[in-house]
Design a protein around this ligand. Structure first.
Ligand SMILES: Nc1ncnc2c1ncn2[C@@H]1O[C@H](COP(=O)(O)OP(=O)(O)OP(=O)(O)O)[C@@H](O)[C@H]1O
Ligand SMILES: [Mg+2]
Length: 296
């Protein structure tokens, strides 16, 4: 999407509050999928982030990066209505964030299913409908058609009746995405959805999410430690570190200057072809398996 700076704001990668690049809605523009205003989340005296203003447009792909404990998962839980903001406001598709809202699809931080779990792939995807509905169950035929369509959309039709615990990590992840998308949400929240997938499956799962946001204009908030598999898809990065943050296109946030300032220690960011390589000089950047050289 095209972003313009709101009047009075500085460039996207400058000072903290000033770094915020808020898309300015054009006349007649649609309601943002996510709108945060002066948002703060704290646990007691510990402020994870504050002063966060962010509009995410329908169909926009936002990657949330940052070290362990920076508040990425907490950000998703706040958007889900599970954690209240300690200051400011949040709206999802023009309405207050609330638990169980069908406007949000959620792929939680990954766990494998127990191999003995007596749940078929289609049952798992069906929970995505039930989780948002109270009272009478969805009528049988409609429900089945909807589940079949959701399974087909992620290429999981071939194992619709398999027990989920028997499926590979990549297959399970497709099902989680089908479950999250079955209500046709305005926003898809994904917490490290590529974790433990091989390169081919990382590509397949991220392409699936990318296609969805292009075709159905689902906004995507994608928490990851690895930006490279999704670099070509990302419109903006929200980078959280120790209470500070930067928001902007990857080229403006993933730079030596910005990351060094955020981490408060020298960080070298290199471009290697179409990959971004981050070289941390100490143990502050925890994005990979190594302590001193981290490949994002
Ligand atoms: N309900 C809670 N009460 C108190 N502290 C919490 C709560 N939930 C999370 N925290 C703390 O907030 C911090 C941020 O946690 P969060 O899970 O959001 O981090 P994260 O960025 O997702 O990290 P990771 O990369 O390890 O998944 C952590 O220090 C965590 O211990
Ligand atoms: Mg997390």
């Amino acid at each position: 999407m095209t972003t313009r700076l709101a009047p009075g704001t500085a460039g996207p990668a400058s000072g903290r509050r000033e770094a915020i690049m808020t898309p300015v809605p054009a006349a007649g523009a649609t309601t943002p999928a996510v709108r945060l205003r002066d948002a703060e989340l704290a646990f007691g005296p510990r402020v994870l982030w504050s002063g966060l203003d962010l509009d995410i447009a329908p169909g926009e792909f936002v990657a949330v990066l940052g070290p362990n404990g920076a508040g990425k998962t907490s950000m998703l839980k706040m958007l889900l209505g599970q954690l209240p903001l300690t200051a400011g406001t949040v709206q999802i598709a023009g309405r207050q964030a609330s638990r169980g809202s069908s406007a949000i699809g959620y792929v939680p931080q990954q766990r494998s299913f127990d191999p003995g779990l007596p749940v078929r792939a289609r049952d798992l995807v069906g929970f995505g409908i039930d989780g948002h509905r109270w009272g009478l169950p969805w009528p049988g035929r409609d429900r089945r058609q909807r589940i079949d369509a959701a399974l087909a959309a992620v290429g999981a039709g071939g194992y619709a009746d398999s027990p989920v615990g028997m499926l590979s990590g990549g297959e399970q992840q497709r099902l989680r995405i089908a479950q999250a998308l079955i209500t046709d949400p305005a926003v898809l929240l994904c917490d490290e959805p590529l974790l433990s997938l091989d390169l081919a499956h990382q590509q397949a799962v991220s392409n699936l999410i990318d296609r969805r946001r292009r075709e159905a204009h689902t906004a995507v908030v994608f928490v990851t430690h690895e930006i490279n598999p999704i670099l070509s898809m990302v419109d903006r990065v929200l980078y959280l570190v120790g209470g500070e943050f930067r928001i902007g296109p990857p080229d403006e946030v993933m730079t030596s200057a910005v990351l060094s300032e955020l981490y408060g220690t020298p960080i070298d960011v290199l471009r290697a072809g179409d990959r971004i390589v981050v070289l941390g000089t100490d143990h502050h950047v925890h994005h990979g398996d190594h302590d001193d050289i981290e490949v994002l």
